[in-house]
Ligand binder design. Sequence first.
Ligand SMILES: O=c1ccn([C@@H]2O[C@@H]3COP(=O)(O)O[C@H]3[C@H]2O)c(=O)[nH]1
Ligand SMILES: [Zn+2]
Ligand SMILES: [Zn+2]
Length: 242
Amino acid sequence: MNITMIGTGSAFAKKYDNNNALIEVNDFRLLVDCGITLPKALHQQGISFQELDGVLISHIHGDHVGGLEEYAFQMMFKYNRKPVLYIAESLVEPLWEQTLRGGLTQGPLECLEDFFEVRPIKPDIETELSPGLKVKLIQTKHIPNKPSYSIIFNGSFFYTADMRFDPELLQQLVDEGVSTIYHDCQLEAPGVVHATLDELLSLPDAIQQKTWLMHYGDAIDQHAGRTGSMRVVEQHVTYKLT
Ligand SMILES: O=c1ccn([C@@H]2O[C@@H]3COP(=O)(O)O[C@H]3[C@H]2O)c(=O)[nH]1
Ligand SMILES: [Zn+2]
Ligand SMILES: [Zn+2]
């Protein structure tokens, strides 16, 4: 499985694009989140929307879903095909009613299914998206009373998307076989809705060695050499995960 971050920036970063990923297994290409900057960033990577096999959404903040309107419109009017949307059951209605409805509705086109091939996912159950690519969504702590999901790929790769510091969860996942963690990282305290770098630096070294930082602010360079045993994911670089 290969992963390329189309962006590694926080919601407010300007040097880095929104923290969205491209996962490739065999010939299957899955976008993980589709934020405000994604359409341009994907284009700059030389990839068009029609080359994707689907998108998986973690939660409905703009840096994770703000590019979906363009994705839907391009697929409808340029490529004449509905994109596949993998999304936790609980997010289907809010994604439409609270985010996409205003821009996409026109004439007879009036629901999410008119634009996407919607594949609702039950959390906590491993679901095969394609041969060699299984995902398990787990609801994690981000914004109170708003569902947000982190993703375990193939039982071994944990991608937080956006989540607060939860060392017990990280330890449990490592005990269960997770060998690589991509974790969102807020550089300055207080984190509130994300883990801060200082919090992540308090993790046991064995977990830090498995952890890569993403979803960071523009000042990440100033922290070079100060991330303990954790490494920093670079956007546009393809990493091979086993
Ligand atoms: O209670 C809140 C809600 C939001 N925010 C900011 O808005 C951003 C929205 O995208 P994000 O989830 O990647 O990051 C969030 C934070 O940067 C915050 O600081 N406190
Ligand atoms: Zn975010
Ligand atoms: Zn968020």
